[in-house]
Design a binder for this molecule. Structure first.
Ligand SMILES: Cc1cc2nc3c(=O)[nH]c(=O)nc-3n(C[C@H](O)[C@H](O)[C@H](O)COP(=O)(O)O)c2cc1C
Length: 431
């Protein structure tokens, strides 16, 4: 079997028996140690679709990894899941797998996905190191995340092997062989998100003026992301009620190679409400957001904890694509002892680009209503009401129309880069 190993464990010693175990079924053809290689944070520019199809413009390890993946029959990831999701190092690499897809939208089992760029795609396998503290709910979520990734990335018959941190090479080999002999349950779509009972939905208390911080999870340049535009629109409404407001970008506060997020922690401790506005990347949260959640202090070290209000939006028209990101945020909020201030989520985020979010208009109509309702409730000290969440998540156009307009949009954007006729280029296909 032709395997590419994407190892987010080394230099942790657990990686050694794992490599030995994998070698028993044929040594991996390539072994990337993800924590030692450089993966720049995905900037969400889509140039790997519209400017140089199939290739990332950044000179980091991405294109080598993609080339190896395309030439393999199986890609095996090795990692320690966090909050029932990929850890930040492996997600940093996974977020850059976009080049394996074709930009065109297509319907799959009633949901929107992208076409595959290549005819053959490697099988997706994950060796997930979990200790006894990892809950059943987190394990179940991780299986769902991987199954959804496989669907989105056209990687067939996904498997996950959960292994203990002290597993021997023999035990690892047996567990991997058993996992490889199975295929994960498919999750063609997901039911709407509802916060788990363990997460306290808490009203805002304390003296006025209240303070709100907008944390932008998109790594796009300041002032250019949809996440920032929506978050800013909510901040402006709160400011109109007399709140003190501030904005910070995770891309400036979180460095992947550094564990320290002191500045972020202090910022959060200084506010009543944290609005975390983020896009969906590869079915879940971007690596940047996962890194921030991972590094924030445990519940007991916080001097003062803000209420968390996530705003999640995604590029496909269906709301179901935001569910896993919200579930991971809820799990992280529970682990960090943060209260949940309700949530806002919508599909078709790119339809909002360049639109005013001050007054209802076109595709922004429901989003604007949702923001108005949310701001009024927050100012009363209440969490975002279900009516605001429902309004915000209501789609303004049929999914087929969004897909059609989106596909025309990809061609138009590629045209500007002289790439309109090479959108589907199989750039990294083995010759
Ligand atoms: C690397 C990457 C992965 C993405 N993966 C998904 C996905 O799995 N599902 C989805 O609906 N949208 C996905 N999107 C689309 C973004 O969520 C969408 O374009 C969003 O509006 C970007 O928000 P921003 O402007 O705040 O960055 C992805 C975008 C990028 C750049």
């Amino acid at each position: 079997m032709d395997v590419t190993l994407l190892d987010a464990l080394s230099p942790d010693p657990i990686a050694l028996p794992l490599i030995a175990a994998l070698s028993r079924t044929g040594r991996p053809r390539v072994h990337h140690r993800l924590r030692a290689e450089r993966f720049a944070t995905c900037q969400g520019c889509f140039e790997c679709w519209i400017a140089h199809p199939g290739l990332c413009k950044v000179r980091d390890a991405t294109n080598d990894v993609l080339k190896d993946a395309v030439a393999s029959s199986e890609v095996v990831w090795a990692l320690r899941p966090r909050f029932g999701c990929w850890d930040a190092s492996s997600k940093q690499a996974l977020d850059k797998f976009l080049g394996l897809l074709h930009p065109f939208f297509e319907p799959v089992d009633g949901e929107t996905h992208h076409k595959a760029r290549y005819d053959q795609n490697p099988r997706l396998g994950v060796v997930a190191v979990v200790d006894e503290e990892v809950s059943e709910a987190d394990r179940a979520r991780f299986l769902c995340v991987v199954a959804r990734n496989a669907l989105n990335l056209h990687q067939p018959a996904p498997w996950v092997a959960f292994v203990a941190p002290d597993a021997t090479a023999d035990e690892l080999a047996d567990t991997i062989a058993a996992a490889r002999a199975t295929t994960l349950r498919a999750f063609p779509t997901l039911p709407p998100f509802s916060p788990p009972p363990g997460v306290g939905v808490l009203a805002l208390e304390g003296a006025r003026p209240r303070r709100a911080l907008l944390l932008v999870g998109s790594a796009k340049a300041r002032g250019t992301s949809t996440s920032e535009a929506i978050g800013q629109a909510l901040l402006e409404r709160l400011a109109a009620f007399g709140w003190d407001t501030a904005t910070a970008h995770l891309a400036e506060l979180v460095k992947l190679g550094r564990a320290d997020v002191q500045e972020l922690q202090e910022l959060l401790e200084s506010v009543d409400l944290c609005i975390l506005a983020t896009p969906v990347y590869v079915d879940c949260l971007p690596a940047l957001v996962l890194a921030a959640l991972d590094r924030l202090g445990a519940a007991e070290v916080w001097e003062r904890r803000p209420v968390l209000l996530p705003i999640v939006q995604c590029g496909f028209p269906e709301l179901s694509h935001t569910v896993l990101a919200l579930e991971v945020l809820a799990a992280a909020a529970e682990a960090r002892g943060l209260s949940w201030g309700g949530h806002l989520a919508c599909g078709a985020g790119p339809a909002l680009e360049g639109r005013s979010l001050a007054e209802p208009n076109g595709p922004a109509t429901h989003v604007v209503h949702g923001l108005d309702l949310a701001a009024a409730a927050l100012d009363r000290g209440e969490p975002v009401p279900v009516e605001a969440t429902a309004e915000f998540g209501t789609s303004t156009m049929p999914d087929w129309l969004y897909r059609t307009m989106g596909n025309v949009g990809w061609v138009a954007r590629a045209w500007q880069h002289g790439a309109a006729f090479s959108l589907g280029e199989r750039t990294l296909a083995p010759s």
